[in-house]
Design a protein around this ligand. Sequence first.
Ligand code: ATP
Length: 366
Amino acid sequence: MATVGSDIQIALIQGDGIGVDVSDAARALLDAALQKTGQAPASYREIAAGAGYFRETGRDIEPGGEQAAGKADAIFLGAIGLPSIRHADGTEISPHLRLRDIYQLYAGVRPVRAYPNAPQPLADPRAADIDLVILRESTEGLFYSAAVHGRSEVIDNREVRDVLRITRATTEKLHRFGFELARKRKQRGSPGKLTCVDKANVFTSMAFFRQIYDEIAPAYDDIATDYNYVDAQALDLIRRPWEFDVLVTENMFGDILSDLAGGLVGGMGMAACAEIGDETGLFQPAHGSAPDIMGEDKANPLAAILSGALMLEYLAQKTDCPALLDAAELIDGAVYRGFEQKRIRPIEFGGDMGTVAVTRELLSLL
Ligand code: ATP
């Protein structure tokens, strides 16, 4: 078959621990899916970064690494950080948080989907229908002054203040992104609902977040609106998660809720993540470098592989190349069928397949 499509360029940061194994797996699936759909192979620009690199060089990313990452069509990241290697103030090595900041990757997309034969901690049979997305704002909120940005106010070793920042500019973009996402999902059969998750009854910043949601909503009258306070949302993710479609929320709330939601469908090894800004996007599994299992071929590569599919979906739109969407759907479909036919049995779920075996099986499912 002749190859078509734009020659996509991906900045690849494998990082630390299992980040290396799972990004190898994702790359194998990406390459195979592009080939299968008759498209030109992607080119990769590898960028050295992470805790291991910091230990060797005293830098957390190679010189010019941030700029090189921004020049690519998209950035793919394995995992960064090792608890044993830290800055003098005790914080971990996190150049990826800086990338989020530099490229204003405000839209953190975290799909949460139940797969057949994957762990289902909720006893209610409707848990098999869980299919939602947490849209976590990723550049401001309470992370605005997170340690990596050095914006916390430390007062004489007596008091520390972190700021929760909500800006109109970012929040407008975020809610628009949420409504567009709900619309895209509706075209594929989802209910078409965007739930605003906040704490508007207590914080002025959160009332502002909701006010902007209400301003944007009328432009999307095909999408149902809905509100939930974050504490009630935590309860509802356990009580009735199958009733939600897209949840849009502040950075810290999204951080916590997405781990909780990940636990409903199997665990961190399933938690894919996209962080999208106006110019570029960074795609990575939501889990960390998992030093407890690194080098043992035990990591579940599915979060990374599904993040790769999210990247193809993003690139299809960015480069105006719908064929890339076919490649993304091929990967998603292979994962779904793999579980359905019990051909994927990750060690993380008590199965017998390590990183390499899961990857190999998925390649054959493609
Ligand atoms: P970070 O703060 O960087 O997100 P973390 O401290 O939350 O990292 P993780 O590295 O995500 O920790 O690991 C948390 C737990 O989940 C560990 O016990 C780890 O073994 C397990 N885990 C994480 N990712 C995977 C995976 N892909 N496959 C199997 N187990 C995983």
